[in-house]
Design a protein around this ligand. Structure first.
Ligand SMILES: [Zn+2]
Length: 54
């Protein structure tokens, strides 16, 4: 279990989650990237919109 950085809700992180995995917050819908697994740490995922890199 970890915490959404956007809304503070608990977000379930399964035991075999790997760094770089993207999870959705079930409360606010923000995409969260697993940046560490011990302990599970989430950050807001980079915006992969079409203008990425432009
Ligand atoms: Zn959230």
């Amino acid at each position: 279990m970890s915490t959404c950085t956007e809304c503070g809700a608990d977000v379930a992180v399964h035991d075999d989650a790997e760094a770089g995995e993207i999870l959705d917050c079930g409360t606010c819908g923000t995409e969260l990237e697993v940046v560490d697994t011990a302990p599970p740490t989430l950050e807001r995922a980079p915006d992969l919109a079409e203008d990425w890199g432009e």
